[in-house]
Design a protein around this ligand. Sequence first.
Ligand code: PLP
Length: 407
Amino acid sequence: MPEDIPQMPQRFFDNIHVLNFREIASAVALTLLGDDLPADVIVRIVDETLSFNTPLVKLDDKNFILELFHGPTLAFKDVGARFMARLMAYYQKDSSEKCTVLVATSGDTGSAVANGFYGVEGIDVVLLYPSGKISKIQEQQLTTLGKNITAIEIEGSFDDCQDLVKQAFVDDELNDKMMLSSANSINLARLIPQTFYYFNAVAQLRNRGYNEAPVISVPSGNLGNLSAGLIAKRMGLPVKSFIAACNKNDSLTKYLLNGEYMAQKTKHTISNAMDVGNPSNVVRIQDLYGYAIPFLKQDLHSWSFFDEETRDMMRKAYKKYNYILDPHGAVGLCGAEKYHKMIDDDDIIITVETAHPAKFGDIVEPVLGIKPPMPERLEKVLHLEKKAIRMGADFGVFKEYLLGRNA
Ligand SMILES: *Cc1c(COP(=O)(O)O)cnc(C)c1O
């Protein structure tokens, strides 16, 4: 965590509604990173990262949806991955050596990272994914890029993939012969850009004539998205409070309830990108609030929901608003509904929608009885040729492969 989180000046908030997304993001990035990077580089990286918008959709007078799924892989992780990739490329630019980013993925993170780094000079990405254990769409998103992105299909589990990557990072010979890097969500370079869309959300709300500070409901797993929101609030963003909406992986919900953090075994749910038993960003949130639960509880509510409640919410939102939620966003809206019932039904809540419903069509379709419309760029990916290297879960083989690439 940064030592001190800087404040945005009051005049920035006075004018936020007349700024566009890139202007808002540049101002925030300059405040956070201005001591570390030249201003023109920051603005360029922001511009390249935000090649898409994050629109605010009104459901009713008290409920809005912030759609974060308009990026290349249709999930919010695109914002962080694209920014991190460009930042790494900048730091890498004077090096004659290529940097190899190793990523083990169970689906979504990998495709966002792969897309984020696609075509970025000086950086190769090697992605490991477990054969047969990710969805068809996810596999196509990982294996059809080409260029500087290589996919390796491991005959094993996600844990096997992760073990191979971890072993590579501690292998002396590999580290001697090549420059290896990771790209996981604990990386601050992925978190900073996630603050941008919270500022943009408040700007859009103002633009529609709502001047009060909203509550924001965040479907949460590893808590990166929530951490970014809490950092934005600390920078002065007028948000009344946040809701961490969790599935039955509820170690954060229990932490707020009991005051004691306990890691859990991961449970499988229909909002699977949030299936994290021991979120790595918990320490970040604890640090931000000085480990003081009462202080944290002023800014954060948390509830957890069963899959059946998630499905009910998908049906309800479709019937009431004609809005198709993906299972993650549905958990978020469950959190918003709970807040309106338990805390204050007058508050405006922005629920963050983290993925496009077509990405989770296999879950959405049986619940709603309709096929969510498939965006063109997803449809296209489905018809591209899969290119992956198949490998057993054996470190010796993986290491030989990496050394061979570099030779
Ligand atoms: C990663 C992800 C989440 C959870 O975000 P965290 O930052 O890990 O809390 C929620 N929804 C979707 C679709 C995701 O890909």
